[in-house]
Each structure stands twice: as structure tokens, then as C-alpha cells.
Design a protein around this ligand. Sequence first.
Ligand SMILES: Nc1ncnc2c1ncn2[C@@H]1O[C@H](COP(=O)(O)OP(=O)(O)OP(=O)(O)O)[C@@H](O)[C@H]1O
Ligand SMILES: O=P(O)(O)OC[C@H]1O[C@H](OP(=O)(O)OP(=O)(O)O)[C@H](O)[C@@H]1O
Length: 297
Amino acid sequence: MDLVNHLSDRLLFAIPKKGRLYEKAVSILHGADIKFHRSSRLDIALSTSLPIALIFLPAADIPVFVGEGNCDLGITGVDQVRESDVDVDLPIDLQFGSCKLQVQVPVMGAYKDPKQLIGKTIVSSFTNLASKYFADLEGVPVEKMTTKVKYVGGSVEASCALGIADAIVDLVESGETMRAAGLTEIATVLDTSAYLIESKNTKSDPELIETIKSRIEGVMTAQKYVYCNYNAPESILPDLLPITPGRRAPTISKINDEGWVAVSAMIERKKKGVTMDELKRKGAEDIMVFEISNCRV
Ligand SMILES: Nc1ncnc2c1ncn2[C@@H]1O[C@H](COP(=O)(O)OP(=O)(O)OP(=O)(O)O)[C@@H](O)[C@H]1O
Ligand SMILES: O=P(O)(O)OC[C@H]1O[C@H](OP(=O)(O)OP(=O)(O)O)[C@H](O)[C@@H]1O
């Protein structure tokens, strides 16, 4: 099939083809009802529900494709955007892929402060960010700094033990990889998470871009909130409504029981246990919580 000929009037959306961001990025597409079928080994998939072509690319290449306008939208880590130094918009924090880019040194070694690494050798997959960090520490432009920054594409954490680095700059989430390699962090270069990124040079239909963004925002909201419903005597509503104020306001409905009402409101998922406890304590009954599979707010 000549896929490229089908792309001209489609919005191009770059998605990580593998690695840490792949599954969650695809689950956001599903949540946003962007349907597609990806044939095995094919890096382009046409959406069957919207005029979108999904382009599966390495997370590290996505900022450049979006920055140069080859793709209209993308999903990747802020770390990759900053490393590529491209000018793109970052409209939505997708609330996954959170980690820190950190300076790491051998636990038993002499280095306790990043300034002690000036003039030493640093290994990283993020050579631009690492270079800028150490140039700032030295107070000179990157071209004039004495610290050497070398590129390694993977297993960066082995570099100190192998004797090719005094320190590394690498991503840390749980810290397991770092600790297993006998390293500890002494500074943070960047906090990162996955974002929807948007080209500043897109020629795609602005309405379609707004639709996609609004759907993805809906997925984010559906993940953040659950729907809470309870019955209560109308007389105690002043005690209960401050616990469930809703995003805009709670819905209050009459029920077929004199003096009683039903209340429903979106509540924050992470507070649902505490919210239900408090409602019960203050006199609410029949308290139920439902998943929100999707929404527009
Ligand atoms: N341990 C982690 N926890 C959370 N997010 C991470 C972690 N490691 C990487 N990321 C995020 O995922 C992005 C892609 O990292 P990943 O290691 O999956 O890269 P990859 O090179 O595309 O895949 P692979 O390592 O399989 O070759 C990173 O730029 C970062 O934003
Ligand atoms: O703090 P942790 O939870 O251990 O995560 C950190 C590790 O995750 C990433 O690598 P990944 O496992 O994706 O493989 P890679 O080294 O091949 O990039 C990163 O490069 C670290 O090595």
C-alpha cells in the first residue's frame, strides 16, 4: 500500500515507537478515541476515526520532526524537547513519564558537589543539556568550558564503573538503576514528564488540532477525577457541599423521599477515600463513586 499518498490531507501526529513512553501514549490515543490499526513493522498508521496519520518515531527524534513542521503534533518527554533545543508549544502535560535528569557519581567516591566535576569527564545521552549545565557551573560558554561531555546512547550508568566517566548525567525515576550501578545523585539538571507538543509551523486544520487537544484534555480530566453520588437530608447540605464542591458546582436532585436529596459531583481521584469518609461522618448515605471513562470540560 502506498501510504505516503494518503498523508497529504492528514494531520501528522508523532508517537514514541517504543520504550518507556509508548504504551501510555497509545492509551491516551485510545482514550481520545483516535482509532487506528498499526500493521507490524510499519511506522505509519492511518486513523480510521479522524483525518490523522500516526507516525511512530523514537522519542528523541520527535521534537525535531515537530519543531521543523514535518509533524503537526507529537508526544514526547520535555527532556527530549530541551535536549533538541527546538521551538515548539507544550500545550498539555500528559501526567506520565515523570523523572529527573540528574548528575550521578560513585557512592564511595570523592565527589559530593557538582563543582568538583569541573574539568572532569561526564558521560550522558543528553550531551546538550549536560554541556549547558556544566558550562553554567563554570560560568563560561559551552565552547570554552573545560569539562568534557561524551555521548553514550544507552546503559549510561555503567560508564563510571568502566572507567570512561567521572560522573554521568542520566534519568532517574525510582533510583533503582542508579543504586544498582553504585551511584548516587548530587544535582538535578531537569525535571521532566511527557507532554503533547505542537508545531509552530503547522498547516493543518486548526479546528482538528483543537478537537485533538480538547479530547486529550478530556482524557486527562477523566484520569484526575471520579464521579461521586450520595443521598442526604437537605438540611445538612451546608455541611456536605463544601466537601464535594464539584468542578463547577454539584448537581442536587430531589428524590422520592421527603426532605432528602441526591448530590453528584466530580471529586479528585486521589482524595476519594478521604472524601467518602468525611461525607459519611457528616451524615451522607448511599455514597457511591464511579469511574469517568471520558469527558469534555
Ligand atoms: N525511568 C523512567 N521513568 C519515567 N520516564 C522515563 C524513564 N526513562 C525514560 N523516561 C522518559 O521516556 C523517554 C524515552 O526514554 P526511553 O528510555 O524509553 O528511550 P528510548 O530510547 O526511546 O527507548 P529504549 O530505551 O527502549 O531504546 C525519556 O526521554 C523520558 O522522557
Ligand atoms: O530510576 P529508574 O526507575 O531505575 O529508571 C531510570 C532508568 O530508566 C531509563 O532507562 P531505561 O530503563 O528506559 O533503559 P535505557 O537505559 O536503555 O534507556 C533511564 O535511562 C535510566 O537508566
